[in-house]
Design a protein around this ligand. Structure first.
Ligand code: HGY
Ligand code: MN
Ligand code: MN
Length: 421
């Protein structure tokens, strides 16, 4: 294994160049946020960008049966590959860093390792997992779940977007075969370690004053769809006593979710709602709200989501409204593999000569990641890069140039420690 490339480029310079080229793809001019949804034109543009970066570095590019992109240095068939990467899709009006920071940093870290003259003794992979946010079809981490065998082809084929387009039709329209999707154990067997770098979606590193941290765990979290069905009617002629208005129990449930989460030290958010027929002068027939809830442990999460559903059923009953609750996405708690976590801490601790003795912060997160999905199949770890405001899933999401560079250097150190002589 050589993979040497003596004309290696400076990781910081190549980062800035890639960041600049990626920035306009899928960016909404009015909001400044990103709308890079699975199997859309913006997704295709990002995929083309990924392939271009891979081939410009002499990496072998492939797209797997589930639409995940892989860029290989060396022969993955040798096994024990070290893989890094993240996702390029976004939430509606998401920020520039959630996902892309991990992928741009991966290519920049390779450039940095080549500049250092590092000699790879294992295959290196850079991956773009498809549809991590689930913004279009409602399920998070579709690409990594399929590959890890945590989502069946049948379940995936049942996914449908707000416009009624199913996942298979969307994949076909993008030129992919939806009947090919499914578990890929051979691919996972090639991976010795997966390390995902991600912008921190919180302010722990800002508080400790560190540019980079290591993940310990991901909270259990899920998404539940609440369908409140009432009776459409005229807003100007229907007496209040004669209404079966689904908006009322929906509104009460939003407040109940906030109350129950607050009491339990958990998180609960109704951030997405759809109303039919959505007329200013019409009592709605249907109010569909999505609950995102997360907690440090499964028991607390179960208790909160059960309490919210109980309250919703009581409110719906009082309003003469029917209620269906469907769990659309769920990820159990993830405890990252201790040996790999500690190896990253050792490598980064040793690299921080000036701070020797001050450990690299290890922190849990409430945000889901592909690394969390893969952690049941391969040793996985995560690096976080400081986000000074903690804001994420917003155009305001940010990481400073200095911290981006620190992330690239840390990832390069980790990859060198895991995959090079
Ligand atoms: O929702 C999440 O935690 C992640 O951004 N998919
Ligand atoms: Mn996200
Ligand atoms: Mn993400």
């Amino acid at each position: 294994m050589t993979g040497r490339n003596d004309e290696g480029r400076d990781g910081e310079a190549s980062f800035r160049e890639m960041w600049r080229d990626l920035a306009p793809l899928g960016r909404h001019p009015a909001s400044g946020g990103y709308r890079r949804y699975a199997w859309t034109g913006a997704d295709a543009d990002c995929r083309a960008w990924f392939r271009e970066q891979a081939e410009a570095r002499g990496l072998v590019h492939e797209t797997d049966r589930n639409g995940n992109q892989w860029a290989w240095l060396g022969d993955p068939g040798e096994g024990d590959a070290v893989v890094t990467g993240s996702h390029l899709d976004s939430v509606p009006d998401g920020g520039a860093f959630d996902g892309p920071l991990g992928i741009v940093s991966a290519f920049a870290a390779l450039d940095e390792l080549r500049r250092r003259g590092a000699e790879f003794t294992k295959p290196l992979g850079i991956v773009n997992f498809g549809d991590e946010e689930g913004a279009r079809f409602g399920l998070a981490c579709v690409g990594s779940r399929l590959t890890a065998g945590r989502l069946t082809r049948e379940e995936a084929h049942r996914l449908v977007d707000a416009g009624g387009t199913t996942l298979p039709r969307a994949m076909e329209a993008a030129g992919y075969d939806p009947d090919a999707i499914g578990p890929d154990p051979e691919r996972l067997a090639r991976i010795g370690a997966f390390v995902e770098l991600h912008v921190e979606q919180g302010r722990s590193l800002d508080r400790t004053g560190d540019p980079v941290g290591i993940a310990s765990a991901i909270w259990p979290h899920g998404r539940w769809r609440y369908d409140f069905r009432g009776e459409a009617n005229h807003a100007g002629t229907t007496l209040l006593a004669d209404r079966r208005d689904p908006m009322l129990p929906y509104a009460e449930t939003v407040l109940a979710a906030r109350r129950e989460a607050g009491l339990a030290g958990a998180l609960a958010t109704f951030g997405k709602v759809a109303v039919e027929p959505n007329g200013v002068n019409a009592v709605p027939s249907l109010v569909r709200g999505w609950l995102d809830s997360r907690a440090a442990d499964a028991g607390t999460l179960d208790a909160v989501t059960a309490a919210v559903e109980r309250a919703a059923r009581e409110y719906a009953g009082r309003a003469g409204v029917a209620l269906d609750v469907v769990r659309e996405s769920f990820t159990p708690v993830v405890e990252f593999q201790h040996a790999l976590r500690d190896e990253l801490a050792r490598i980064l601790g040793a690299a921080r000569a000036e701070d020797r003795g001050r450990p690299v912060p290890v922190l849990a997160t409430g945000a889901g990641h592909d690394a969390g999905i893969l952690s049941a199949s391969v040793p996985t770890a995560m690096l976080f890069v400081r986000n000074p405001t903690g804001v994420s899933h917003s155009p305001a999401e940010h990481a400073t140039e200095q911290d981006r560079a620190a992330g690239v250097a840390a990832l390069a150190d980790v990859l060198e420690g895991l995959a090079c002589r």
